[in-house]
Structures are given as C-alpha cells and as structure tokens.
Write a protein that binds this ligand. Structure first.
Ligand code: PRX
Length: 650
C-alpha cells in the first residue's frame, strides 16, 4: 500500500512543447477523434487503422469474430508481414526508400553495418529461399537463438515471408531452457550463431544449441552465423554455415499470401506455475496493432533514427525493434552488446554518433545509469533526441525526472508504455503530442483498447483505490492462445472474471483517469524488466541433488526492480554455506539462464507453512525484504514457530 500512497503524492505534470505538438503524427484533434471512435466502436477504429497503416493482398469479410476467449481479426483477409516491412517501401511513391537505411547496426566491438531497405529485402528473400531449400514449409516452426545481429532480423522476416512461425529464444537462456522451448514448439530448424559479443567476450551460443539438441529429434537443420570466428563443432548432415547457404541462394522470393490469422510467432514467457507458456501471435491483427502504435506513440518520421535498446529475444524487440518500426519504413538502430562496454557512456556515445532521435529503454537501465553518474551522459551531445520512452516495469518518479532532465534535456516527451508479451503491442501510453504526462504513470489507454481497474469480484474500483488491471474487450494484437495448451490459456487469463482478460498486474486510476501500474500481483517476479516465475526457479533449485525443498520470492531492489531471494532446505547430511550457495547459483544459471540466478540464497531447516502445507510466501517476502544477514536462519525458525501458531492464516 505504501506504493499507492507515494504515487498519489505525485502532482507534477508535463505538457508536450508547442514545437512537438505542431509536428506530431497524432495531434490533439486526431487523438480526440480516435478516442471517440474507439470508445463508440473499437472495431471501426481498428478497421480504419488496418486500412491506413497495413497493405493487404485481399480485404477482410468481417473485422472481428469474438468467441471469448478466442478472437479472429480481419477475418478472411490476406497479407504478409515481410511484404509490409519491406516490399511496400520499394514500390510506387515509396520507391525512394530503396536506399534509405532500414537497419543501422553496431556491434559491441565497434563494427558497423547499414542495411538499406533494398539490401534488407534482398537478404530476406535469400534466406527465405535457404529455409525453403532446407525443407521448411508454411506452418513449420523455426527456433532462433541468436545474438543481436542483423541476421536475426533477416531470419525473422524470412520466416514471415514463407509463413513459418518463429520462436525466438533469448540468447541468455541456457541449453536446458532452449531445449524445453524447441521441444514444446516442435521446431524443425534452429538458426543460431557461433557466439555474440557481450562485455568484451564472445558469449557462446552454438555450444548450447548442440547440448539442447541431444536426444531431440524434431530438429532437422541448424544454420550457424559466423559472428565471432569461434571454433565450433559442425555436425555433418545437420549443421550448415549461414554464409555458405546464402552464397548460392536466389534473391527472388515472392511473399506468401497468408491468412490474417496465420500464426506469426510463438514467444515463451514465464507464468506462475509450471513451464513457460508459448504465447501465440498471428499475422494481420498483430501487424495492425504494432504498426499503428509505433507510428502514433513514437511519432515515427522518415528522418528519424529510432533506437529501442531491448533484445529482440523479448516481445519489445519483436514489436518495436523490428516489425512495428520497419512496417512504418523507419530506420531502426540495433546494438549488439552491453550498455557499459567498453565504458559507462556507450549508450550516449551511440546516440551522439548516429544522431538518434527517439530512444526507448527500460527503467532498470535508467536506474543503472543514474548510479553510474551524470558525467557520462553529460559528456555527450544528446541534442538529436526528441522523444523518450520506457517499458518493462513501473518507473519510479525520481528516475523519470532524471530521464527527463539529464537525457531529454527537459524538451523530450516521455512515453511510459504499459503492455505485455500477451498484448503484442502497447496498451496504455501517453500520445506524445496530445497527452500531458505525470512521472510514474502510463497515463491513458490507447484508442480502441479498454483497460480497467477491477476488484476480485469484477467491480470497477473507483479512484484512487487500487485493484487488478483488466482488459475488457478484445484488441487486434492480443495473444491467440498458449501453444498446445487451451486449458491453461483459459485458466491463466480468462478465469478470474467472465470474458475479461486478467493481466496479473495491480493498478489504480487517479481522478483524471490516469493509470498507475503497481507491479505483479501473482508469483511472477519482474527482474530488470524480465518476467521470471518463482515456480521455475524453485523447480531448478530442487532439481539439484543437495536440495530438499525451496521457496523463491522477490524483494525490492534499487537497480533491478526486483531481486530473487531463494529459501533453501538442504537434504539431510548436506552442509549449507557459501560453497553450496555458489553451486546453486551456477545450477540455476545452467537450468534457466544467468538472468534467473538468485541474488540471495538463505538456508533454513524448514520453510514456514500453513497446516495445509502451503508455503507462507507473504512471510517470506517480508523476511526477504528485511535486514537479516545471509545464512541467518534463526529468524526464519522463529517465524516457522509463528506460522504454526497462526495456523492456516494464509
Ligand atoms: O508487470 C507489467 C510490466 O511487465 C509485465 C509484462 O512483461 P513482459 O511480458 O515481459 O513484457 C514486457 C515488455 C512489454 C507487465 O505485466 N510492465 C511492462 N511495462 C510496464 C510495466 N509495468 C509498469 N509500467 C510499464 N510501462
């Protein structure tokens, strides 16, 4: 509750400057008109957006077919995502974009590559033919496990060109996590690289792919990009080099005319229980959503150099490094490496050198930069910037103010965008030329979407009280299901209230209808803007031979937002201590990936439980947030006694 109170004290508001308003893609008048249309008839609004912003091979028969929880948008229409991102910028009145930069890429060691729209088109067609040559057919899943190199965007677009849904697995995930995702999706091919540059060293990827494929028989081909000149094992008959396949590939490949509901991609995300969920997105609605929001919210113009720092392995990278940006014919900047390599000013150096105009990043990055010191951004000319954005977690008002002052020079609007892997595109956000911002608030719903703050019983909660964030109607970019698990889809998102989507976040509205997101209400931790299920880390821990039981909770952390705390009961005869803690951290990194490594591991003889055997998480969260030193079990034991005394309280 402390959170709500402190946010309510936030009274500062910021108006967009006259200059910004004057040139905005969506000005106050447009926004007012769209809000009216979106409120009265969301389908009409989205149909208008689909006509204006997306190119279709054939029109839809019906805008929406809504049989909760299943939606079909633009029923019967045909389109192709790679056609929208590439071909249409090479034809007719847009043909001048042939030689415009589509991707400006910078590698961590400092190497640069620029791909024009014509060049990117050629590479995508070639790789689409490579995939076809390997026997990949429409509907087949292709796993991409790659560093942030142009080949990743090329591979994605090539998949969309032939209608093979991709499943991108973030390069920070371990071989085990990769295997689970490959098997669950039934991928027929994997595209990877020998490694990618990270903090001055090659981070191996091919090695992990080899390990992940042991005993897996769905994958017939592995394509390997040579990024770091590492010595890797190439398995004859299965593994091939990207450059060798591309050398012989034809640059002609017509885009497949795909149904609007054809599966576009699967992206795995953490849930409260069990294994990660394969979130399924489809073609026409998703494309409409991301193209429209990118144009309106990032105010994309042909002259812009747009940079979103997210890795393409997350939804932000899918929607707003690649698809939404290229579909608008804009220039997207891609950076391969770490934000602080070789020095703490790498980001500001990139902005200055490339003249970045729009910058979209995460609160955890902003908090890191605050700690590193103002001298780094101040030593660079950031005057090219005209718009800033944040995403991934709530931004604390002080971090917002720093971003506004030090990075934005007080002149750039900040768009704090709320959305999820499941929503496909941005849902709550300022429109930079039309909405006054307040530090820490995502402000208002995008036209045509209907978020609401509800009680557990489904009643709207009146401002300023807090409740659960819900989405009342279908929207074009919404997930179409969980891959292979209809039951779970209903349970996780649609069982709290009838035909209303449960987002898993707490929120409240203020008197002006502004939304304030308060973070997760379920057992998902948001660590540095990445969702990690407590359950997944617990499963990883108990899979270690020396662990009997574990409970994982989050505690507030200044930089990462949430830090992972693991309470662990070792098996009989095991000596707890720093050695075991290190070993367990390494084990979690192996099972899931370094991003899931617990910050603290606390050993205990027993976990506090209710009489019915439920772990008392609230108690553990309190302990995790407290001042106890690592390894001190006495308090916990006291709490265990307390728990027994309290009985079934939780
Ligand atoms: O808790 C919310 C938080 O991130 C969650 C979604 O995570 P993911 O699917 O990984 O997608 C992140 C990027 C879209 C949400 O349920 N979240 C995301 N954006 C914001 C946010 N919390 C507060 N403010 C935001 N702007």
């Amino acid at each position: 509750m402390a959170d709500i109170e402190s946010l309510l004290k936030e009274k500062r508001t910021f108006k967009p400057s006259k200059e910004f308003v004057k040139q905005a893609n969506w000005n106050k008048r447009t926004v007012a008109e769209y809000r009216k249309l979106g409120a009265k008839n969301p389908q009409r609004f989205w149909a208008k957006m689909a006509k204006e912003n997306v190119s279709w091979f054939s029109p839809w028969k019906k805008v929406l077919d809504w049989k909760p929880p299943y939606a079909k948008w633009f029923v019967g229409a045909k389109t192709n995502v790679s056609y929208n991102c590439l071909d249409r910028h090479l034809e007719g009145e847009n043909a001048w974009r042939r030689n415009k930069a589509a991707i400006i890429w910078e590698g961590e060691p400092g190497d640069l590559r620029v791909l024009t729209y014509a060049q990117l088109h050629r590479e995508v067609c070639k790789f689409a033919n490579v995939l076809k040559g390997l026997g990949v057919k429409k509907g087949d899943r292709v796993a991409l496990y790659m560093p942030m190199v142009p080949e990743l965007a090329i591979a994605m677009l090539a998949c969309t060109r032939i209608g093979a849904p991709h499943s991108i697995v973030f390069g920070g995930f371990s071989a085990e996590a990769l295997r689970d995702r490959i098997v669950d999706a039934g991928a027929v091919a994997v595209v990877t690289a020998d490694a990618g540059w990270r903090r001055g060293k090659p981070l191996p990827l091919k090695e992990a792919v080899d390990k992940s494929l042991e005993g897996v028989d769905c994958v017939r081909n592995v394509v390997v990009v040579n990024r770091c000149d590492l010595d890797v094992q190439m398995r004859p008959g299965r593994d091939r080099w990207w450059h060798e396949l591309m050398a012989d590939a034809s640059p002609k490949c017509p885009p497949a005319k795909l149904d609007a509901e054809h599966p576009l991609f699967i992206l795995y995300t953490s849930g409260t229980t069990g294994k990660p969920k394969g979130i399924l997105h489809t073609t026409g609605g998703y494309l409409t959503h991301v193209t429209t929001t990118a144009k309106a919210i990032f105010d994309l113009k042909d002259e812009d150099v747009y940079w979103c720092t997210a890795d393409i392995g997350w939804i932000t990278g899918h929607s707003y490094v690649v698809y939404g940006i290229l579909a608008n014919g804009a220039t997207t900047l891609m950076y391969e490496g770490a934000p602080t390599t070789p020095g703490p000013d790498r980001f500001w150096d990139i902005i200055e050198r490339h003249g970045v105009t729009i910058f979209y990043t995460a609160p955890t990055a902003i908090r890191t930069f605050i700690r590193l010191g103002d001298e780094h951004p101040k030593s660079h000319d950031l005057s090219s910037l005209r718009l800033l954005g944040t995403v991934g977690e709530p931004i604390n008002p002080e971090a917002w103010m720093w971003y506004h002052r030090i990075i934005g020079g007080r002149r750039c609007p900040i768009v704090d965008t709320w959305w999820q892997t499941e929503t496909g595109g941005i849902m709550i956000t300022p429109l930079p030329g039309a909405v006054d911002t307040k530090p820490g608030s995502g402000t208002l719903p995008f036209p045509g979407v209907r978020p609401e703050v509800l009680s557990g019983e489904g009643e709207p909660v009146a401002p300023p009280d807090g409740g659960l964030l819900a989405l009342l109607g279908p929207w074009p970019g919404m997930l179409r299901g969980i891959w292979g698990d209809k039951k779970r889809f209903r349970e996780v998102y649609w069982s709290k209230w009838k035909d209303v989507y449960f987002a898993g976040d707490g929120a409240h509205k203020d008197e002006q209808g502004y939304f304030w997101i308060m973070g997760r209400v379920d057992d998902v931790m948001n660590v540095s803007g990445h969702r990690i299920g407590t359950m997944e880390v617990e499963s990883a821990l108990v899979s270690h031979a020396k662990v009997a039981e574990s409970a994982v909770v989050g505690r507030p952390d200044e930089i990462t937002g949430t830090a992972i705390v693991a309470f662990v009961t070792p098996r009989g005869g095991t000596e707890p201590g720093d050695r075991l803690a290190d070993d367990l951290r390494r084990h979690v990194a192996r099972e899931i990936g370094a991003l899931a490594k617990p910050a603290d591991i606390r050993f205990t003889d027993a976990l506090p439980k209710t009489r019915s055997g439920k772990i008392m998480r609230r108690l553990l969260r309190d302990i995790a947030a407290g001042k106890e030193t690592v390894g001190d079990t006495s308090t916990l034991e006291d709490y265990t006694v307390l728990a027994r005394l309290r009985g079934d309280e939780e």
